[in-house]
Ligand binder design. Sequence first.
Ligand SMILES: Cc1cc2nc3c(=O)[nH]c(=O)nc-3n(C[C@H](O)[C@H](O)[C@H](O)COP(=O)(O)OP(=O)(O)OC[C@H]3O[C@@H](n4cnc5c(N)ncnc54)[C@H](O)[C@@H]3O)c2cc1C
Length: 484
Amino acid sequence: MRYDVVIAGCGVIGAMTARELSRYDLKVCVLEKENDVSMGSSRANSGIIHGGYDPVPGTLKAEMNVKGVPLLYEAARELNVPHRQNGSMVCAFGAEEESAIKALYERGMKNGVKGLRLLKGAQARELEPSLSDKLTAALLVPNGGIISPYELTVAAIGNAMDNGVELKRNFEICRVIQEGDGFAVQSTDQEVVRGRIFVNAAGAFTDHIAKMLHDCDFTIIPRGGEYMILDKEVGNTVSRTIFQVPTKEGKGILVCPTAHGNLMTGPTAAEVPTTESRETTREGLDTVARLAKKSVPSVDFSKVITSFAGVRSSVAGGDFIIRLSKKVPGLIHLAAIDSPGLTSCVAIARRAVELAEQAGLKLTLKEGWDGTRPDPEAFRKMTDEEKDHFIKEHPDYGHIVCRCEGVSEGEIRAAVRTNPGALDVDGVKRRTRSGMGRCQGGFCGPYVMRLISEETGTPLEEITKCGGASRMICGGRIGEGAVK
Ligand SMILES: Cc1cc2nc3c(=O)[nH]c(=O)nc-3n(C[C@H](O)[C@H](O)[C@H](O)COP(=O)(O)OP(=O)(O)OC[C@H]3O[C@@H](n4cnc5c(N)ncnc54)[C@H](O)[C@@H]3O)c2cc1C
């Protein structure tokens, strides 16, 4: 079988491109090296829908960011992804930073961002009482928002699959060659997938993939970002996303609520040794705490429940690379998609479809395409009476597995059954929040393993935390010859 389009990588860019392509009568296949989707930058980032005031006018980043904001809100509604247009503020401390936020205001106006306002310190504190009294001015960005990035990726590829797209996981591309008027893409397990158009959306590995086709004029520079997540108890410390003045390295340390009601602080911005560097450091987390307190002194770091780090895929020039290859017909690069790539994902995906058409792909709208996805949180949103009624028909929704986040057995089973089904414990966590609360999975972890095992038929001993060698049970089970 030869696909019309083969996409390398199932981060938010590959997933959203697949969803856009699924509107048309095409055979599309997405290849992902991990056991789940959204395992690169799209898993660990700030989850901010950026207003569009930051990118330099005339760049692809500015264009995709500004076009991307309304498209992302629309997609999030259609796909039932947790998000909120909570607005954001960029804080200035003193005259120098006040000029910097004025420059951002002017940049935003040039980029076509609506509703930007410059506020005095006191006006900003009226809107956000937790802001430092040392703050002298702020830029208000009403169109900014927050979104759950991995749930967006899961929903986008899930919806694409519901509309006919194929996803192959654990397919690590190690070789791509031109074959006739298309491509042959080979995995480390020697499986070969063929396609007419090849989309390089492999995040931090886009330069490796480009090299396989001898068409690489960019090098990905991995830049890490460390974060802390605080308990929901302090989730309303601020209502908007509170930024500091951006620097060359990034958008500064932010303090914001998450789409699920926790408080988040971070990220740092430092070059890291490899694109796989996911460790947090004492130094990095101390920097996050110190700088977060500069804008919001009351952030209570005794309420931290976890920390994490993500890796940005940047390039020296700084702009996104979204283009057809000049050397290799039918090859599309979607590379160097660092921030604001999440915000821009639908705009980038639509541009990718245009590029595929330019490369000769015939686009015929598919009859019966459905861009909506059932709400995975529908049960939680029911009234008590509705829940009672629902549980009578679906008793597994009456059994709470994750006590911290109140996740039921029915929701976990649904996460394994619904495209793209969770295959490991972290996959269930990202889809249902089971294990994301205070105890971080200490209580529900084993139960989740059993449910995955029952649903997928995979023996319990082979259930992993996050694919590969991350098995949760070593040496067998007690009573079955296990090492005790
Ligand atoms: C710290 C940080 C903060 C950020 N904050 C924001 C923000 O607030 N707002 C915003 O708009 N953007 C933000 N971004 C940027 C945003 O996260 C990225 O633009 C976006 O996630 C990029 O998605 P992607 O699909 O290109 O890459 P990825 O998510 O990295 O996906 C690439 C996929 O390709 C797979 N892959 C790689 N190699 C192979 C191979 N050989 N074979 C098969 N599959 C392969 C990977 O496993 C991965 O799943 C942030 C990024 C970081 C790191």
